[in-house]
Design a protein around this ligand. Sequence first.
Ligand code: SF4
Length: 771
Amino acid sequence: MSKQAEKGPAAENPEELLDLKITHPKDWAAGIPAVTVAMVDILKETGLARGMEGLFHMNKKSGFDCSGCAWPDPDDDRSPIAEYCENGAKALAEEATTKKLTGDFFAENSVADLAKLNDYEIGKKGRIAQPVYLAKGATHYTPVSWDFAFKKIADELNALASPDEAAFYTSGRTSNEASFTYQLFVREFGTNNMPDCSNMCHESTGVGLADTIGIGKGTVTLNDFYDTDVIIIMGQNPGTNHPRMLSALEKAKQKGSKIIAVNPLHEAGLMGFKNPQTVKGILGIKTQLADLYLQVKINGDMALLKAMEKLLYEAERENSGSVFDHEFIKKNTTGYVAFLDSLNQYKIDDLAKAAGLTVNEIEQAVDLIKNKSRIIICWAMGITQHKNGVDTVKEIVNLAMLKGAIGKPGAGLCPVRGHSNVQGNRTMMIWDKPKPKQLDKLREVFGFEPPRGHGYDVVESIKAMDEDKLKVFFAMGGNFLSATPDTLFTAQAMRKLKLSVHVSTKLNRSHLVHGEEALILPTLSRSDKDVVNGEEQFISCENSMGVVQMSKGMLKPVSEHLMNENQIICNLAKATLGNRAFVDWDKYSQSYDAVRDAIAKVIPGCEDYNQKVRLPGGFYLPNAAREGKFITEKNGAVVPFNIAPLPKHELAADEYHMATIRSHDQFNTTIYGLDDRYRGIHNERRVILMNENDMKNAGFRAEEKVDLFNYDDGVERVARLFVVVPYNIPEGNTATYYPEANVLVPINSVAEQSNTPTSKLVNIKIRKHVG
Ligand code: SF4
């Protein structure tokens, strides 16, 4: 057994805890408290006038796209007052803060001192106001000019033995325009090493859906929610992660839809909603959301889906043609008979047990959908971040196909993306595995030969850093270290780099665990006004439902030294490629319109991009599956039923399954505050939620201090000093917040086929804290 060297970020091993307060978890979300919390954050960070101006323009047709999640804006009936949620307001407070970090700040604070702070404290420091550089062996970042920064990166890139010794990461905030020029630069430079945040979240969805329905995206629009019979929400917590979805669910309920929630935790936002934009909500009257709450075990979803399919099959046999959509199945699918046969191997009692449910609960779910075909199935990371994540996505497709619930109004598949333009990044070819057809198009339009081999995804990039195969790491946004698994391993790998570069708005942990040399390049945020050559620019983004629309910031940037992402890329391309460039980088650095014209030539569905994106509300990208047409690579026009085994879960007597989750005061790796008020946890993030029977059996009392361990691959991983919180969670299951518990997620524990880290299922042991 090897022990992981504790050379990670200093804050991974705190010596003391805060003053935890536990209250009763809520059974409703939003309401007046959401408005109050949002306003307090705005006032504190931006001041009243700046904050209100930003909020007024957020998610409006002529305004800017919230940099939070990818939940879509209504096509037509947008609120004239507030088209945002509590977390959207918090996201604005973060990025529009008037606090800024100038040269003085970096002179006063060494990297080592900053690294002692926790992620919340680091994030609250303010916006980075100028490019800064950390020289080899230096203790402090120092201000540098943009020219110095571009030359430094270009020199390092050009000195590499191969372009494949560099990797270029993308976070979901990056606009379509910047994503397009970024991948163009990276491919002209000569590599497909383009890890992105999709690799860590919905990659299992992309793989599972592309293999089955022929497109790695969902098939529903927001309007389908208002015209459906049943909405099934699996492994998703909309109250915290996509709060405006609650308005859509409320409207769906008003129109008679039923909701089935499937989650190991009773999440407030799945149970009830107090809409602060209605009189009813202001009066504190909630809309009941879930009609049936299925509290599965962690990763019990596959067993639940199979159990539902099995019971539906029995009902169909009793009353042929009344349950399954034979017309849909005959026309669009293959493998139906073999699939039904495969269900015969399971006993319903065993499936229910594996799901962590009673047979009766599953029968209730089946009763709700048995005679309906307008069914929407939503899911998020609770489904994808498992070894069998791709297979579970395909099982969701199986269920939808049996019911003919794809490709018609009020029905379909709805993977809900977590970061505002993560789907658009991929549409714009941010991908380590580009298709030959896409690369052919780049060659045809730009005249250079793009690299053809697959590049590194996120996990592969970390391993390549560790093996000294990567020398330069360039991150377009994000907080790579805090987002990735196996924190100490990743930190050690990142320290082996020759140069690490981050294009960022705010300081984060990844700036403090760096290569031999490091640069931070400050960029504009979504709400910032973007002016190039005296002309105001706008960008565009794609939401979770494939709508592309413009986004135009209006707030005065905190510093004159910020540069938009597109210009950073174009300037870097010029500095790196010089005379050998085929692409006219000057042209693209001057105007997003020129970039959009190039997008129109390369990306299918983006023809006339400049015109279409200027339409109020934008335009829908083509989605054949949404129209009931399936164009699959392997199977032509038919969708295969997928036959997957049940996942096997073996736990030793003293082991538990752990899922990493967000608190309500958090968006991805950005920590807005220290409370998780829906779950009743306040003023502490180093908590582990445990079932009370498990606590009793292990001899833990409430608020006991414990250390957490994982032993995959014969390595001891430790997360020290957590507090036990008794919680309504299935026996054998626990939950912790990320990034604090990422240290326990083994680098080799990934989803089959998609390589997504299994952050929702890690085997852990829990021991009393040794202080
Ligand atoms: S639902 Fe998502 S996109 Fe909409 S305002 Fe909230 S965080 Fe922003």
